[in-house]
Design a protein. Structure first.
Length: 171
């Protein structure tokens, strides 16, 4: 049953003195307003990757803690969490990322925990990895070295070029 005082009150007002026959007023849990900051999330939310379009050329180093998708040309070193090098992209420099996916061209050293060369990849340089996948059709010139921590900042020696003594005899 409704009392007259409850019908005419606004939503933010409490009745001044409830009628004895009225039902008890229930209190609700406080509601957070938009101005109240939300509790911090325990895990970092994953945002969309930064995309460098195919008409973009960058001369210089790139560094981010996030994800990057490159479709243009980069002349410099790149450090990212996840790096995707698109079909139309060319990177000239060292690449360092937790996960590297190569669909385009890289001229320089690749260092990653997970490295994947797709069938359209063209890589000219050394690859230092923890795990690697090379699809059929990928073009790769260089050497491959497995390390438990390929992202460590220690000075990794340049890998030796392949021997060219084939066909020579010692006689």
């Amino acid at each position: 049953m409704f009392s007259k005082s409850r019908v005419t009150e606004t939503p933010n007002q409490q009745p001044k003195s409830p009628a004895p026959e009225s039902e008890p007023v229930r209190s609700e849990a406080p509601v957070e307003s938009a101005a109240t900051p939300a509790a911090p999330q325990p895990q970092r939310q994953r945002s969309a990757p930064s995309v460098l379009s195919s008409d973009l050329t960058i001369k210089g180093d790139l560094q981010t803690a996030g994800d990057v998708q490159i479709e243009g040309n980069i002349e410099g070193d790149i450090r990212a969490r996840q790096l995707t090098i698109g079909d139309t992209a060319t990177v000239r420099g060292e690449v360092l990322a937790d996960e590297v996916i190569v669909n385009g061209r890289v001229v320089g050293r690749l260092r990653g925990l997970k490295v994947r060369l797709s069938s359209t990849a063209r890589v000219e340089g050394d690859i230092i990895h923890k795990t690697i996948a090379i699809e059929s059709g990928a073009h790769f010139e260089g050497s491959v070295q497995r390390q438990d921590d390929p992202l460590a900042q220690g000075g990794t020696k340049k890998l030796a070029p392949p021997a060219t003594d084939f066909g020579k005899s010692d006689n």
